[in-house]
Design a protein. Structure first.
Length: 162
């Protein structure tokens, strides 16, 4: 079994949290680049993880502040799945990953760093990406700066048509 080690994330998990929910975003788009928001759907949006496990780590979040999958409306659920599909296509074009981990951690005990606002994780993976640096050095090697990744992904999301 392969293990994805991310010991550096413990600082984030145990560290201080902002007073407001980071996934409750403003309706206007003026802060989208600063917040790393790549796309906005009808009921959800796609955002880059600022504390990524791997390059291209994305999240799909409903706009509404809900903590449980069963609290989503059918429309919200469908929109989240649609943007997970779109994001899979974009990640394939941009990074050509050999796999993608997708997940949803419901509740703090399940590993949700921010349990109060549901969010789906998408982590592109490549054979051998969990190298000795993460396992022995407790160091993550993310080969591209977040702003460069944003610049690479944003135009691909803008190409999506309905």
């Amino acid at each position: 079994m392969e293990v994805l080690w991310a010991p550096w994330r413990l600082d984030y998990i145990l560290g201080p949290k902002p007073d407001e929910c980071v996934f409750c975003i403003p309706e206007n788009t003026s802060e989208d680049e600063e917040r790393c928001i790549l796309a906005r759907g009808e009921h959800c949006y796609v955002i880059m993880n600022k504390f990524p496990y791997n390059n291209g780590h994305l999240m799909v979040c409903p706009y509404r502040h809900v903590s449980n999958l069963t609290d989503l409306t059918l429309e919200e659920s469908n929109d989240c799945m649609l943007w997970l599909r779109h994001s899979t296509t974009v990640l394939g074009k941009a990074f050509n990953p050999q796999g993608i981990n997708m997940g949803l951690n419901l509740g703090e005990a399940a590993g949700a760093g921010i349990a109060a606002h549901l969010h789906f994780q998408m982590v592109p993976r490549w054979n051998g990406d969990a190298s000795f640096m993460a396992v022995f050095g407790e160091t993550s090697v993310i080969p591209e700066h977040l702003s460069s990744t944003y610049s690479r992904l944003k135009p691909l999301f803008e190409e999506i048509t309905f």
